[in-house]
Write a protein that binds this ligand. Structure first.
Ligand code: ATP
Length: 211
């Protein structure tokens, strides 16, 4: 089973990395593919180039076996629709279950994504939820796909919805960009080698932290 971790990664931080590792181990995934978007669809276009965001992901995961940085959204360019990305992954991995990993915030906006129902034709969706698991009201579309244990994720290549509890880490890229702007340290929120890269290229100086 392959995990798909999409995001803007502006920049990548331990909230991304720790949840990915927990999911990989709990669900026994063979790999997790981090896929930095080229152009976010529901967020403003970041000031930071897709190449710099990709490079930061590569640095962050270089020592973790089974973590892969996937370039396909950068190569494709244009608006990074996840449904197109999953279609392309399905061509590459025809027989394997694909698990699209989403944080609760991303799942909350899922019905605004382009052709969101079609995502389930290519992959399962695994929502990385908090231990207290807030009661979210699911529509019938989601209830029909909801599973309570992991066996069906292995038995089917796509189509299921599963909530996996992970350690909550209230770290966000937005808050990290603010720290850089204020010339405060983001240490222990993200890997040191990514911080060094950001400082070397002065990536978050003089930017609007909201972007
Ligand atoms: P921003 O603050 O710029 O909106 P972000 O920190 O939310 O960014 P993204 O790259 O937009 O990071 O997120 C990619 C994916 O990672 C989404 O599915 C999001 O829900 C998830 N994610 C981000 N931060 C965390 C976190 N601290 N814990 C769990 N999942 C997270």
């Amino acid at each position: 089973m392959i995990g798909i971790y999409g995001g803007t990664f502006n920049p990548i931080h331990y909230g991304h990395l720790r949840t990915a590792l927990e999911i990989k181990e709990i669900l026994n995934l063979s790999e997790i593919r981090f896929i930095p978007c080229y152009q976010p669809v529901l967020k403003d276009q970041p000031f930071v180039s897709a190449t710099a965001r990709f490079n930061m992901v590569e640095l962050a995961i270089e020592t973790q076996a089974g973590f892969i940085c996937d370039r396909r959204e950068l190569v494709r360019q244009g608006a990074s629709y996840m449904v197109d990305t999953l279609a392309s992954l399905r061509m590459s991995f025809q027989q394997q279950p694909l698990l699209l990993l989403l944080g609760m915030d991303a799942f909350g906006s899922l019905t605004q994504w382009s052709r969101w129902q079609t995502l389930f034709d290519y992959a399962h969706i695994v929502v990385m939820s908090r231990p207290e698991n807030p009661q979210i009201a699911l529509t019938d579309f989601f209830k029909q796909r909801l599973i309570k244990d992991i066996a069906p994720l292995k038995q089917h290549t796509c189509g299921k919805l599963y909530f996996q509890k992970v350690t909550p880490l209230a770290i966000s890229s937005t808050e990290i960009r603010k720290l850089f702007l204020q010339e405060n340290s983001p240490r222990f929120l993200m890997p040191d080698n990514v911080i060094n890269y950001i400082e070397q290229y002065k990536i978050y100086r003089n930017f609007n932290a909201d972007q």
